[in-house]
Design a protein around this ligand. Structure first.
Ligand SMILES: N[C@@H](CCC(=O)N[C@@H](CS)C(=O)NCC(=O)O)C(=O)O
Length: 206
């Protein structure tokens, strides 16, 4: 199995985190913007991330995460949980889209307003939703982790780089971030990633 993405965290990182945590071996293909020109035509929508097997190529982040969720039992234990996980994941993607718009289009003037006006409103929604199962003391859908937990962890990890105090008013999310970062396979990966200084975004802003 191969994960193909730029040599940054971006949308590829939640996939890498899930595979790493679950000890599913994969080839981590990372490329530069120059190398991308030769790869782009091979992608169904001309974009990455891409998860490929010998005879199959999956693109679209949500499709990849749901595929991994189904195949590896990270997709909820009944229809209600699965729907909740999907909903939570889409909410994270919406926040990420606001984040990347600021990062790529208006970092210098947009960062402070984003931190002050946008982020608290969005995190409040996630904090509230996170308490739905098990009062927010475990994972998105309660006792068992799901594919959305990897997306949530990566999202709030990125937000903490933007501002160390981003989660100060959101204790459940803050606690989840700490607990998740301590999972043994992730802990080792995160420590290595920090030492390699892997950029979060393609334009160097974070
Ligand atoms: N809807 C897609 C969006 C993927 C996307 O925006 N990929 C960007 C990198 S984050 C890309 O491939 N950019 C290069 C290009 O469009 O040429 C998904 O969720 O995976």
């Amino acid at each position: 199995m191969k994960v193909s993405y730029f040599n940054v965290r971006g949308l590829g990182e939640m996939i890498r985190l899930l595979l790493t945590d679950k000890q599913i071996s994969f080839e981590d293909e990372k490329f530069t913007k120059d190398e991308w020109q030769n790869i782009k035509p091979k992608m169904q929508f001309g974009q990455v991330p891409c998860l490929s097997f010998e005879d199959e190529q999956i693109v679209q982040t949500g499709a990849i995460m749901r595929h991994l969720g189904r195949v590896h039992g990270l997709n909820g234990q009944n229809e209600q949980e699965t729907t909740f996980i999907d909903m939570f994941f889409e909410g994270i993607r919406d926040l990420h889209s606001k984040y990347t718009t600021m990062i790529y289009q208006n970092y210098e003037n947009g960062k402070e307003p984003f931190l002050k006006d946008v982020l608290p409103v969005e995190l409040e929604k996630l904090e509230k939703l996170f308490k739905t199962y098990g009062n927010g003391d475990a994972f998105v859908a309660g006792a068992k982790e799901s594919y959305a937990d990897y997306a949530l962890f990566e999202e709030i990890d990125v937000l903490l780089v933007l501002s160390q105090s981003a989660l100060d008013h959101f204790p459940k999310l803050k606690n989840f971030h700490y607990r998740f970062s301590q999972r043994p396979n992730l802990k080792a990966y995160l420590s290595k990633r920090a030492s390699l200084n892997v950029p979060i975004n393609g334009n160097g802003k974070q």
